[in-house]
Design a protein around this ligand. Structure first.
Ligand code: NAD
Ligand code: DAU
Length: 355
């Protein structure tokens, strides 16, 4: 079996659903169930004995050791993290605790587990660390996209904590020989994304005719990848990626935030014409401090070495995503509880609209 951490979050739950649709091998899902973790994402697996859920914190060393000893996975895929840049600006400590200390615990206990395996199992074992393009910092408008050898230059507390975790993962290969692989992926979107992030926030706000808060001038650029394509890349990397390597994952799909928000509005205009045009809800608000201007990923290594290409284009993926949120309004209501409303009040306070 494989051990997935953070499997009740956005990408982790998509990964588990993707994995169990394609493979017979069971998954142990170790998740703390923070505000971002939601077992409703995996409701379709309730009767499936191949999904084993363990509520635990990757920072709890004894518990992680116990789970590894009991389950004896042949691979670990680490999705568990605090993942939202704005939250890291309001409270960085939790990011260091989970993303750095938690990853170190998981790495070290995985090293101990790996060292108990027989020779063939030891060489087949993998520790896949799911990281982000944000570790590379910000690009200028005409800079080439990030490659695996781009220098690390994290700018937010979130990005810095992910960069630190990547360095620890690298060190565990170099120092102890643990067969690790790190992936650095661009912005994901799709079903089950928590509505603090740009695309689901805009979909749900627009459906309720609430303002669509665009930071700064709306011209920051992100490189969007449909989550299913990220999951397919991770499955391939687990199967055929080379230990000690890093792989960039991205959709070659750069868009300004304003283009993304307008595209969401245009789809909603078609399916909810009563409230068209939704773009009149756009409000330009105070920028995110330290806001990175542009990210872009060159996924050439993954494409040429492992034959991966994204299957979904941005327009098709966005249409599917909007459709999913429309069909799953109850899911959205269930995750946008009192805590969520408190977060909106905190993050958007003092961000009055400006022209
Ligand atoms: P998410 O915030 O939706 O989910 C994170 C999950 O981790 C939740 O289920 C949460 O309960 C769990 N978790 C948090 N702290 C934990 C802890 N201490 N112990 C155990 N579980 C814990 O995040 P996501 O968007 O699904 O991102 C998953 C991973 O992918 C993260 O490592 C993130 O840095 C990385 N990533 C995300 C994106 C993106 O666009 N969302 C892009 C590139 C990389
Ligand atoms: O690049 C990969 C990263 O993408 C991941 O590592 C992170 O986990 C993930 O959260 C995401 O980070 P971003 O900061 O790019 O995502 P977010 O959805 O928060 O913001 C996307 C862009 O939209 C960013 O430029 C900020 C802007 N934005 C965001 C929000 C929430 C707005 O203009 N208004 C908003 O209300």
């Amino acid at each position: 079996m494989i051990l997935v951490t953070g499997g009740a979050g956005f990408i982790g739950s998509n990964f588990i659903l993707h994995w169990l649709a394609a493979e017979s091998e069971p998954v142990v899902n170790l998740d703390k169930l923070t505000y971002a973790g939601n077992l409703a994402n995996l409701a379709s697996l309730t009767e499936d004995p191949r999904h084993i859920f363990v509520r635990a914190d990757i920072g709890d060393r004894a518990r992680v050791a116990q789970v590894l000893a009991e389950q004896r996975p042949r691979a670990v895929i680490n999705f568990a993290a605090e993942s939202h840049v704005d939250r890291s600006i309001h409270g960085p400590a939790e990011f260091v605790q989970t993303n750095v200390v938690g990853t170190l615990n998981l790495l070290d206990e995985s090293r101990k587990h790996w060292s108990t395996l027989a020779a063939a199992e030891r060489s087949a074992f993998r520790f896949v660390h799911v990281s982000t393009d944000e570790v590379y910092g910000s690009l200028g408008a005409n800079d080439p996209a990030f490659v695996e050898s781009s220098a690390y230059a994290p700018n937010s507390p979130y990005a810095a904590s992910k960069a630190a975790s990547d360095h620890l993962v690298r060190a565990y290969h170099h120092t102890y020989g643990v067969p690790v692989i790190t992936t650095n992926c661009s912005n994901n979107y799709g079903p089950y994304q928590f509505p603090e992030k740009l695309i689901p926030l805009m979909i749900l706000n627009a459906l309720q005719q609430r303002p669509l808060p665009v930071y700064g001038d709306g011209l920051n650029v992100r490189d969007w990848l449909y989550v299913e394509d990220h999951c397919a890349a991770l499955r391939l990397i687990l199967a055929r990626g080379r230990p000690g390597q890093t792989y960039n994952v991205g959709g070659r799909s750069e868009r300004t935030n304003l283009e993304v928000v307008n595209a969401v509005c245009a789809i909603l205009d078609e399916v909810r014409p009563d409230h068209a045009p939704h773009a009149t809800l756009v409000q330009f608000v105070k920028d995110r401090p330290g806001h990175d201007r542009r990210y872009a990923i060159d996924a050439g290594k993954l494409e040429t070495e492992l034959g991966w290409t994204p299957q979904e284009g941005f327009e098709g993926g966005l249409r599917k995503t909007v459709g999913w949120y429309l069909d799953n309004i109850e899911w959205a209501q269930s995750v946008t509880s009192g805590d969520y409303r408190q977060w909106l009040a905190t993050n958007y306070a003092g961000r009055e609209a400006h022209p």
